[in-house]
Structure formats: structure tokens, C-alpha cells
Design a protein around this ligand. Structure first.
Ligand SMILES: Cc1cc2nc3c(=O)[nH]c(=O)nc-3n(C[C@H](O)[C@H](O)[C@H](O)COP(=O)(O)OP(=O)(O)OC[C@H]3O[C@@H](n4cnc5c(N)ncnc54)[C@H](O)[C@@H]3O)c2cc1C
Ligand SMILES: *[C@@H]1O[C@H](CO)[C@@H](O)[C@H](O)[C@H]1NC(C)=O
Ligand SMILES: *[C@@H]1O[C@H](CO)[C@@H](O)[C@H](O)[C@H]1NC(C)=O
Length: 243
């Protein structure tokens, strides 16, 4: 008897939670539509499954949270493209009692921008369409919306400041502990003294794909960015950090 009781109780809880989720997603959708927001998909709408998966997956950087394997999918994915639509999305989410996961680049290691920490139904609001960059060369400032990528930002700066070119590069060096130590030691003394237009980072790791030998050894990866042409970039490096 007690078992039956528990079973009935859990069944009714299950039914309540399922109906809450679907009715809240219907309410949510009509709220969005009445605010003229059309760029959204519901996980329950099978006619838009591929688009839902595509945009949900778009910036999931941690493969552990691949939507195929993650059981906790958002009820909806919204991509507002104006601040007015963003505000309305937040209000509609609150009205439908949906928790919000806001996503800019999706780089959160823990997946905080697109997975939920509990069973509460949630919506992912992705900022990728809020990607405007306004540059003011006079005041040397830029307003960058949260969804803009670095590439879009540099492009806008180039457009308004007329900077001719930028140079980016990645250089791997793999080998003995001694070699890697020497390179990092040198880098520590050189990198912060490079011209302001230069950015040079170093990343040391063991057993990375950069090291192709057996057993797995050390490697150091230098990532460089220079606000100028490739010839000057090489010249600066050849003078200060040829190795
Ligand atoms: C491979 C890798 C390398 C990294 N390297 C570095 C590094 O060199 N230096 C460094 O500092 N960090 C590094 N990080 C960490 C990264 O900078 C942070 O995870 C950062 O939060 C990523 O920004 P995002 O916009 O992609 O975050 P998201 O994953 O989109 O969001 C992170 C958190 O912020 C919230 N959020 C997102 N957008 C907004 C918004 N507009 N307003 C309010 N809240 C918001 C989200 O809900 C979430 O909780 C690295 C991460 C990865 C995966
Ligand atoms: C929604 O935004 C994405 C990303 O910019 C875009 O590719 C897609 O076409 C948009 N969908 C609609 C229905 O506007
Ligand atoms: C999501 O992306 C990963 C890696 O880019 C891929 O392996 C996976 O199949 C994708 N899943 C969906 C549902 O698109």
C-alpha cells in the first residue's frame, strides 16, 4: 500500500512537472511573438530540431556538454538582436518562470552559459546577434556588444581607425625539458618589453598534440598578435626573440 502510494505520488509529480514545462514553453513562445521576437526555437518543437541543435551546439566549447549527451536541455534558445528584444526576452522568461542562462562566447569551462545546475526549466539567451561595435577614434574608445567576437571587434577598429593590417601567429616548440625551460625563461624577460602593439603569450603543456614523440613530452606554444604588418612583426621578433 505504502509503495502504491509512493508510486502515485511520484507519477503525479511527474505529470505536474511535464505539463508545467510544456505550458510554460507555449506561454513563453507567445510572449516572444507578441514582442516581435522571431529568432527563437523550442526544444519541444520537432519541426525546428535541427536549427535548435545547430545554434545550441554552435558555441559549446566543452565537448562534455555536447547536446547529444547532455540530458538537461534548455526549453528554448533565443537569439535577440536588439536591446529592446533582449529586455523583452528577459521579461517573457520571468513571466514563464524560466531560469535564464545568458551566453556570450560559450567559453565557460563549466558550461555555465548553457547548462542548468538543477531540474528547473531554463532558457538559453545567446548574444551572438548583439555584436555591434562602435569605435570612436577621437576618444580612442570602443563600445563592444557582448556577442561580438574578437575578429568582429578588430574588423570594426580597422574600418574606423584605418589600421592597415594586423598579424597573428602560433608557434610550437616541443622537446626536452631543458629546451622548453630555456624558451620560457627567455620569453619571461622579453615579452613585456616588446612594443605596445605586440602581444605574445606562452602556454606550456605535457603530452599535447604539439609533441609528437614517445613517451609524451613537453611543449611550449607562443601565440602572438601584432597591430601591424607581418614584415615588421618578424623584424621585431628576429631582433628580440629569434629562438
Ligand atoms: C580554451 C579556453 C581558454 C581560456 N583562456 C583564458 C585566458 O587565457 N584568460 C582568461 O582570462 N580566461 C580564459 N578562459 C576563460 C574565459 O575567458 C572565461 O570562461 C570567460 O567567461 C569566457 O567568456 P564567454 O563570453 O565565452 O563566457 P560564457 O560561457 O558565454 O559565459 C560565462 C558566464 O558569464 C555569464 N554571461 C555571459 N555573457 C554575459 C553577459 N553579457 N552579461 C552577464 N553575464 C554573462 C554566463 O551566463 C556564464 O555564467 C579560457 C576558457 C577556455 C575554454
Ligand atoms: C537567427 O540568428 C542566426 C545567427 O545570426 C541566423 O543565422 C539565423 O538566420 C537567424 N534566424 C532567423 C529566423 O532570423
Ligand atoms: C555538436 O558539435 C560537436 C563538435 O563540434 C559534434 O561532435 C556533435 O555531433 C554536434 N552535435 C549536434 C547535435 O549538432
Amino acid at each position: 500500500m505504502e509503495h502504491l502510494h509512493l508510486l502515485l505520488l511520484s507519477l503525479s509529480l511527474l505529470i505536474t512537472s511535464t505539463t508545467t514545462t510544456s505550458s510554460s514553453s507555449t506561454d513563453f513562445a507567445s510572449c516572444l511573438k507578441s514582442n516581435n521576437i522571431n529568432n527563437f526555437t523550442l526544444s519541444s518543437d520537432t519541426t525546428t530540431t535541427s536549427s535548435f541543435n545547430h545554434f545550441l551546439n554552435y558555441s559549446i566549447q566543452n565537448l562534455r556538454f555536447n547536446p547529444d549527451s547532455s540530458p538537461l536541455k534548455p526549453v528554448a534558445l533565443v537569439l535577440p538582436d536588439t536591446l529592446r528584444r533582449l529586455r523583452a526576452t528577459v521579461l517573457c522568461s520571468r513571466r514563464a518562470s524560466l531560469t535564464i542562462r545568458l551566453r556570450s562566447g560559450g567559453h565557460s569551462y563549466e558550461g555555465l552559459s548553457y547548462v542548468s545546475s538543477g531540474p528547473d526549466p531554463f532558457v538559453v539567451v545567446d548574444m551572438m546577434n548583439l555584436n555591434r561595435v562602435r569605435v570612436s577614434p577621437e576618444t580612442r574608445t570602443a563600445w563592444v556588444e557582448a556577442g561580438a567576437t574578437l575578429g568582429e571587434t578588430y574588423f570594426a577598429i580597422h574600418d574606423s581607425a584605418g589600421r592597415d593590417s594586423v598579424t597573428g601567429f602560433v608557434i610550437n616548440r616541443a622537446g626536452s625539458t631543458r629546451l622548453v625551460t630555456q624558451l620560457v625563461h627567455k620569453w619571461q624577460r622579453v615579452a613585456h618589453r616588446l612594443p605596445d602593439e605586440f602581444y605574445l603569450s606562452a602556454f606550456v603543456g605535457a603530452g599535447l598534440p604539439e609533441y609528437r614523440g614517445e613517451p609524451p613530452g613537453l611543449s611550449v606554444t607562443f601565440k602572438g598578435f601584432y597591430q601591424g604588418g607581418i614584415r615588421e612583426a618578424v623584424e621585431v621578433l628576429a631582433g628580440r626573440f629569434p629562438s
